[in-house]
Design a protein around this ligand. Structure first.
Ligand SMILES: Cc1ncc(COP(=O)(O)O)c(C=O)c1O
Length: 486
């Protein structure tokens, strides 16, 4: 059937849609025109069904019947009084739900979206790639968007630093990939004493077993503590530097979220710490793995957080914003020395036997090329500097004003504000779920975000405008007052 052109169907042939909304019919005619698609009766019904707006209550019930949501107590989610929000569209920094209410996307759809939703450049990049092919294997073949993207990513770093790119699917797999490369490198070089990673308290590096074992947040990690990588945990750079020499040569890599830890509640690191970690790694011969899954792509005010301290890691892990927040794609970047250790005759088995079905997915890579194009074309990093200033000023003023706001931590367009007891200034009982209740209330003021326990977090898309920054902070402040003020 493929490739057969269809003559424009007589209107009578669309009797299936006579009772459907007009835009469905228009859309089907477009599809027939663009793709040379033969629209059979079955396909027509399927497409019409896909485009049909369903009743929100029906969708909610179906969701409760069949979906298991991440990080969610499903007993609460499925409670009869609970009406889950169903997002049906987005434009710029705004999201719209199935009942037509609009909200500012205050956490960039869990830290992914960069230039706003439905950005014309990224939309066009994906559509254009879709006209070629959606997916083909990177195992045994290559594809143009992946090749061009790898070149572009390498070009974002000083020459001859990070030169090789390994694509995978998400933040967790980018981390797994760095860890496995690091472990295998030590084996190939017969550095058998180096057996453990150093990771930081409060860290979050993903949920696959290996990545989770590097994490330092009990609720995600404790149940699985007997599995995963051997990890030595430190809380500060001083603790790292205090590791005795006879122990430090057992470390094969240090992993850290540079400048700010997200899931720990937007915990910022002291200025200069990253540089000191790099120096320590160089001194003891350990690798440095930087997890820029959250901080990458402009969130901190520079393209990458490591640029703030002019540090180049041995492995750089990217995901979330890599595709502008459109599609799941991740990249682990490394340098020639590591790559070359894996070269050899086939029978030496030095090959990196690792990969995922969707590695270097062309659609994702096209989206990522679109993302980088927007950075260039719209001079995004320059444009956001005054917005970051307004963000900082508004947050500082809100913390000053509101008795419910305690410590504020911020880097670029990422912020966390601790909720506190208005009378004593002490932290709140986490079991009261105050952070979740405040964020829930914020919907009423047109803001969507999520807390980390009792830390309210904001991380809007870089496309946000100054006026929207003000409304966002005001929404959070009013919500805290409504929930905690009585
Ligand atoms: C710093 C960091 N690393 C890794 C991950 C895991 O990424 P993913 O959820 O795409 O697997 C996250 C996710 O929030 C993250 O914030």
């Amino acid at each position: 059937m493929q490739g057969r052109k269809m003559a424009a169907p007589a209107r009578g042939k669309f009797e299936l849609f006579e009772s459907r909304p007009r835009d469905v019919e228009t859309r089907l005619r477009e599809l027939a025109g663009w793709g040379g698609l033969v629209i059979s009766r079955g396909l027509a019904t399927f497409l019409a069904d896909l485009s049909m707006s369903r009743d929100t209550q029906q969708l909610r019930q179906l969701d409760k019947n069949h979906l298991w949501h991440p990080f969610t107590q499903m007993k609460d989610w499925c409670a009869s009084e609970e009406d889950p929000l169903i997002i049906s569209s987005g434009k710029g920094v705004m999201l719209t739900d199935s009942e037509g209410h609009s909200y500012l996307d205050g956490n960039s759809s869990i830290w992914t979206n960069v230039h706003g939703h439905r950005h014309p450049t990224i939309d066009a990049a994906i559509r254009s790639q879709l006209d070629q092919i959606a997916h083909c294997s990177a195992l045994g073949f290559s594809n143009e968007p992946a090749i061009l993207l790898a070149e572009k990513l390498v070009g974002l770093f000083p020459e001859n630093t990070l030169t090789k790119v390994f694509f995978s699917d998400d933040g967790s797999t980018a981390i797994e990939c760095a860890c496995k490369m690091s472990i295998q490198y030590r084996q190939l070089k017969e550095e058998t004493r180096r057996t453990r990673f150093v990771a930081f308290g409060g860290a979050y590096h993903g949920d696959t077993m290996g990545a989770a074992s590097l994490g330092g947040i009990g609720v995600f990690q404790d149940r699985f503590a007997s599995h995963g990588y051997p990890v030595q945990r430190v809380d500060t750079v001083e603790e790292l530097e205090a590791i005795p020499d006879e122990d430090s040569d057992a470390v094969h890599a240090v992993i850290i979220e540079p400048l700010i830890q997200g899931a720990a509640g937007m915990r910022t690191w002291p200025v200069g710490m990253l540089r000191r970690i790099r120096e320590w790694c160089d001194r003891v011969g350990a690798f440095l793995i930087l997890d820029e899954v959250m901080t990458g792509f402009g969130r901190t005010g520079k393209m990458f957080a490591c640029e703030h301290e002019e540090v180049i890691p041995d492995f750089l892990c990217l995901a979330k914003g890599l595709t502008g927040g459109y599609l799941p794609l991740a990249a682990t970047l490394t340098h020639d020395r590591i790559y070359e250790a894996f070269l050899g005759e086939y029978e030496e088995l030095k090959t990196f036997f690792y990969g995922h079905s969707y590695c270097a997915n062309p659609l994702g890579c096209a989206a990522a090329l679109g993302n980088l194009q927007v950075f260039e074309e719209e001079e995004v990093l320059e444009r956001i500097q005054p917005v970051i200033e307004v963000f900082a000023e508004e947050l500082e003023a809100a913390v000053e004003r509101s008795p419910h706001f305690g410590a504020l931590r911020r880097v670029g367009l990422i912020a966390g504000i601790d909720l506190v007891d208005a009378g004593t200034g002490a932290g709140l009982d986490w079991k009261a779920e105050s952070g979740a209740r405040v964020c829930r209330r914020a919907r009423h003021y047109g803001l969507l975000t999520r807390p980390v326990r009792d830390t309210l977090t904001l991380m809007p898309p870089l496309a946000i405008e100054e006026g929207q920054v003000r409304s966002m902070v005001e929404a959070l402040e009013r919500s805290a007052e409504d929930v905690l003020g009585q």
